[in-house]
Design a protein around this ligand. Sequence first.
Ligand code: NAP
Length: 253
Amino acid sequence: MSGQTYFITGGNKGIGFELVTQLSKASDKNVIITTTRSPERAKKLYELATKFTNIHVIDLDVGDAKSIDTIEAQLDKIGVKGIDVFISNAGIFASLDPILKTDADVFLRHYTVNTLGSILVFQKVYKYLLAKETRKVIFISSVAGSFSNTLPLDTTAYGQSKVALNYSAVQLSKELVSENFIVIPLHPGAVYTESAQVSLAPLVAARPELFANIKDLMLTPEESVKGVISVIDGLEPKDSGIFYDYKGEALPF
Ligand SMILES: NC(=O)c1ccc[n+]([C@@H]2O[C@H](COP(=O)([O-])OP(=O)(O)OC[C@H]3O[C@@H](n4cnc5c(N)ncnc54)[C@H](OP(=O)(O)O)[C@@H]3O)[C@@H](O)[C@H]2O)c1
């Protein structure tokens, strides 16, 4: 297969960094455009980009409409003519509080970054996806955004934002069916990344046994991303609108 052009948000750490790593190594014909909120947060990513020149890093805060407005100019500067695969990965998981203890700004921050950020960035990259025929759109979601999830945690603000993201992915899959887009929400598994460590930190002291059980079950970013890429590679039009996990198993909404 000839190279593909990927646009991946939040490539400086965690699952995003691993996606950039594996995809840039997979073929020097792949082009990976990825984003960071600031160069200081992205030293490892810039180091990788000096080794793999198929990586291009742009600035983007998905929670800031003005920053999202700069995407087109930044892509044009790199000379991007088209994008095959958009992976909306940037996200936050910043609260384990139940509804009664969650402040308005916490709900809004999760919605702004995880849901609205993903949608607004997609609006900007849509025309670049149209320029190619692959037209794969992956919204990195979570089982926390499934009504049938059995997580032993309060994922209130985060879960709501991922439910809304899942809704948006399904809606888009319908809107764009005539243009042959494949749009899916994808759960990457429970992965031991920085955000997972920070969000699970309150459990270390409060519920150490639960923390130990959860940690035992978690994947490394390498394991998760190997599965995620294999799912993306195998996507066909009939998959559009289905909620998949990193093993390619369909999940309930
Ligand atoms: N880890 C898991 O177990 C798990 C499970 C299910 C779903 N997910 C989803 O997987 C995705 C990646 O999570 P992760 O575990 O890899 O988390 P992570 O290690 O914390 O990485 C998150 C990435 O998103 C970026 N980001 C956060 N807020 C942003 C903003 N306003 N604008 C631009 N970039 C922003 C971060 O950049 P900064 O360094 O600047 O913060 C970072 O690059 C998220 O959508 C998450 O919800 C993760």
